[in-house]
Design a protein around this ligand. Structure first.
Ligand code: GAR
Length: 219
């Protein structure tokens, strides 16, 4: 596929949203045409407003069910003619109404090398487990918790004196490089979801380069 209008779902600080907005301004990514938040007044919403991107809080409590909320999200994205959805710190499981409408077109960034440490507080989990390497993952979203097909990963060494905060900060730096790069590959149709796997159309060396991120700001 090729995508021309990106929608971003957010819940919190929005630093990944900023990285996507910057990539779009540089011409490395298509237009960010809509930002939707499930948390009122989150910093990500004000970042979108500062960037003059249409942005809205969609109240989960106003929806009678989880499914109805997902339908509302999907309807907003559809009305804005979004063709690629990026979850940038969206701290809520997305369900079938959205995944069916945007099949193979929903991406998430997660602060661990999945399948290790899914769910909340991934850097905290990595420090507690005593692993020497962690990182971040961009994957296609499925109905599970951080279980979809991996597109790209960046490795980050864990230092012996790392705290959750220090590790999370170094991982975040890599997220800001990895997410725009991976979203651009998907938007250009260089990688697509096929039979539950990320399938690459570009030469294999490009796919190998995606595994360790630090060289991917200009894919
Ligand atoms: C990021 O570290 C992102 O990977 C994580 O939340 C943070 C959001 O930061 N997402 C998850 O843990 C999803 N399971 P941001 O709002 O500054 O982009």
């Amino acid at each position: 596929m090729t995508a021309s209008r990106i929608g971003v779902l957010v819940s919190g600080n929005g630093s990944n949203l900023d990285a996507l907005l910057s990539a779009s301004r540089r011409g490395d990514l298509p237009e960010i045409a809509l930002v939707l938040a499930n948390v009122a007044g989150c910093r990500a919403l004000s970042r979108a407003e500062e960037a003059r991107v249409p942005a809205r809080f969609l109240d989960p409590r106003a929806a009678p069910s989880r499914e109805a909320y997902d339908e509302a999200l999907a309807a907003e994205l559809g009305e804005a003619r979004i063709d690629l959805v990026c979850l940038a710190g969206f701290m809520r499981l997305v369900g079938r109404p959205l995944l069916e409408r945007f099949a193979g077109r929903v991406l998430n960034i997660h602060p661990s090398l999945l399948p290790a440490f899914p769910g909340l507080h991934a850097p905290r989990q990595a420090v507690a487990a005593g692993v020497r390497v962690s990182g971040c993952t961009v994957h296609f979203v499925d109905a599970g918790l951080d279980t979809g097909a991996v597109i790209a990963q960046a490795a980050v060494p864990v230092q012996l004196d790392d705290t959750e905060e220090s590790l999370a900060a170094r991982i975040l730096e890599q997220e800001h490089r990895l997410f725009p790069a991976a979203a651009a590959w998907v938007a250009r149709g260089e990688v697509a979801l096929e039979a539950g796997r990320a399938r690459w159309r570009s030469p294999p060396q490009r796919a190998e380069g995606a595994i360790a991120c630090p060289r991917t700001d200009r894919p």
